[in-house]
Ligand binder design. Structure first.
Ligand code: ASP
Length: 589
């Protein structure tokens, strides 16, 4: 037998028992007469003691055990004289009576402890070692629990888990597809799904009524900390539902998951329409943990002789509470921050509303105290506050202020860990006009339905009307992170065809790419809608972390590489020939 207990199990109750443990050597401390080994497995760490007096030969052997050696021991549980309150097994130790080496280990390239000295690349290359570390293991185990609770909740709500294929045809959801050549159909390609969108809609036509899947999705996009080329969604679809019912159901799921995994009761899910989110927060995913809303100042700041303000579409600002005492250096630094290319503002105007009621601003030459007072009043400022003002094109300026708001929130410690503020953003525009490409894009995806009251306008409105159409589309946002999004779908062939047309598909292209869906709509498609949560992101947000990588067992790096298996990689010419692919490959070694 390899073990009677795991390395996290033993307590004072076990004192006097003979036990068998197996695990990895985390640390080895040799004190001459005694050798102490910390033995680790995924459940915890147990201290082993080898005594020179009792078992000299074995103690010699123990001394030589290096980090990450795998051993099996037998011994007697005894009370420790020197207890370790930071460890669950810290009251006991094992007086070892027999030792077996199960496997040796090379010296690991970084320390396998909660705080490691390994850099990102090294840990990615030796992911199997990184995955031995406690914090990484608990992330992966958290993920497993979250999946289990998702399945529990959704199956209780009569959702059916159905697998959809990975080798499909491209479904445009805004990203590039990964493609897979077909050997049996030379010159033809499958695409890996960006999501199971069309399949889940087809399942509604088939009468499954409630579908879900915890499913891999693939998007060939540039990568960031919160993006991976393959990621996981909790993907769902429901028939005969209104937007309201979808929101209620998935609010229920989110509540259940927070309650059952981190024991937290989520507060009320607020709702905000898209226009307000952009206007007041400069973002379609507002962080509701703090206020600091954007206020327009055009009426108070324009036509007062300051050209910079007079020549722009929007002057707007935010109020940073209690920051009037900011130093010149801090304000210069903040100005540089908004001027960085990632933010792109031309400059920053500040107004200090001093404790004594006077004002000091960077535009004192152009505005008197009465004018500055009107700004302060409009922004709800009190003495001691700092106003930060940007000017420019409407959309851009709001976005910049949105970024500045988040930065001030970070600097002022307003985004508290453990504070979760869920928000539904609703009433998204149906279409988005792209100036460069001179065409409409679907704001959510091409299968999203306009609001019922907008359908007649969509069917025969003009170009400007199309810009004003609203969709039954919604996003769940928690703490400024988009957790998921979905929509009520079009289930009528004529309306779907019209949408494809607006999106620039010729009838032939629409038929070729989506004939199956349009066809299905002709055989009694029920009204339906759904949503998908980003599963990796949900894991990260629930744990107050930014990077989804830490919650994926085998993630890829920023170049989309798996450093452990060293992929992507070249394939040999024979494979290419079989696939009828002629590539100009770099010389193979
Ligand atoms: N397929 C959508 C997505 O991946 C989600 C949905 O509309 O249900 O974002």
């Amino acid at each position: 037998m390899y073990r009677t207990h795991n390395c996290g199990a033993l307590r004072m109750d076990h004192v006097g028992q003979t036990v068998t443990l197996s695990g990895w050597v985390q640390a080895n401390r040799d004190f001459g007469a005694l050798t102490f080994i910390d033995l680790r497995d995924r459940y915890g760490i147990t201290q082993l003691v080898f005594s020179m007096d009792d078992h000299a030969e074995m103690c010699e052997q123990a001394r030589k055990l290096g980090r990450e050696f795998v051993i099996r021991i037998e011994g007697l549980v005894r009370e420790r004289s020197n207890k370790n309150p930071n460890r669950a097994t810290g009251d006991i130790e094992i007086d070892v009576t027999s030792l077996e080496l199960l496997n040796a280990s090379k010296v690991p390239p970084f320390t396998i402890e909660d705080d490691t000295d390994g850099g990102d690349d090294l840990r990615m290359k030796y992911r199997y070692l990184d995955l031995r570390r406690g914090p990484v293991q608990s992330n992966i185990i958290f993920r497993s629990t979250l999946a289990l609770e998702t399945r529990k909740f959704l199956s209780e709500q009569h959702f059916v888990e159905i697998e959809t294929p990975f080798l499909i045809k491209s479904t445009p959801e805004g990203a590039r597809d990964f493609v897979v050549p077909s050997r049996m159909n030379p010159g033809q390609f499958y695409a890996l799904p960006q999501s199971p969108q069309t399949f889940k809609q087809i399942l509604m036509v088939s009468g499954f009524d409630r579908y879900f899947q915890i499913v891999k999705c693939f998007r060939d996009e540039d990568l960031r900390a919160d993006r991976q080329p393959e990621f996981t969604q909790i993907d769902c679809e429901m028939a005969f539902v209104t937007q309201e019912e979808v929101l209620q159901t998935f609010e229920g799921l989110a509540r259940h998951l927070f309650q059952e995994t981190i024991g937290l009761e989520l507060p009320t899910f607020e709702r905000m329409n898209y226009d307000d989110a952009i206007r007041l927060y400069g973002s379609d995913k507002p962080d509701k943990r703090f206020g600091m809303l954007i206020h327009d100042l055009n009426d108070y700041a324009q036509q007062k002789g300051f050209k910079v303000f007079d020549s722009v579409e929007l002057v707007a600002g935010i109020c940073a509470k209690g920051q009037a005492s900011s130093t010149r250096k801090q304000l210069d630094e903040l100005t540089n921050w908004v001027k960085r290319p990632q933010i792109g503002a031309k400059g920053l105007v500040y107004v200090k509303y001093n404790e004594d009621g006077t004002f000091k601003s960077s535009v004192d030459k152009f505005f008197d105290a009465a004018a500055l007072q009107s700004w302060a009043d409009h922004l709800g400022a009190e003495p001691g506050d700092l106003l930060l003002i940007l000017a420019g094109e409407d959309e851009k300026t709001r976005k910049q202020l949105g970024e500045l708001r988040l930065e001030m929130g970070r600097r002022l410690g307003l985004m508290q860990a453990g504070d979760f503020k869920p928000l539904w953003v609703v009433d998204f525009p149906l279409l988005e006009w792209d100036e460069d490409e001179e065409r409409f894009f679907a704001m959510h995806h091409p299968f999203t339905s306009p609001k019922k009251e907008d359908i007649p306008r969509m069917l025969d409105g003009d170009f400007e009307t199309m810009k004003s159409l609203r969709a039954d589309a919604y996003d769940l946002v928690i703490n400024g992170v988009e957790i998921g999004g979905g929509s009520i779908r079009i289930h009528d062939r004529a309306l779907q065809s019209k949408n494809f047309k607006l999106l620039g598909f010729t009838p032939e292209e629409a038929e070729e790419q989506f004939g199956f869906l349009l066809g299905a709509f002709e055989y009694g498609a029920p009204p339906h809608g759904g949503i998908a949560f980003g599963f990796d992101r949900l894991c990260a947000v629930m744990n107050g972390q930014n990077s989804i990588r830490d919650f994926i067992a085998f993630p890829k790096n920023n170049q989309g590489r798996d450093m452990m298996i060293d992929s992507p990689a070249l394939v040999d010419q024979k494979q290419l020939n079989e696939l009828a692919l002629a590539l100009n490959l770099p010389e193979q070694e």
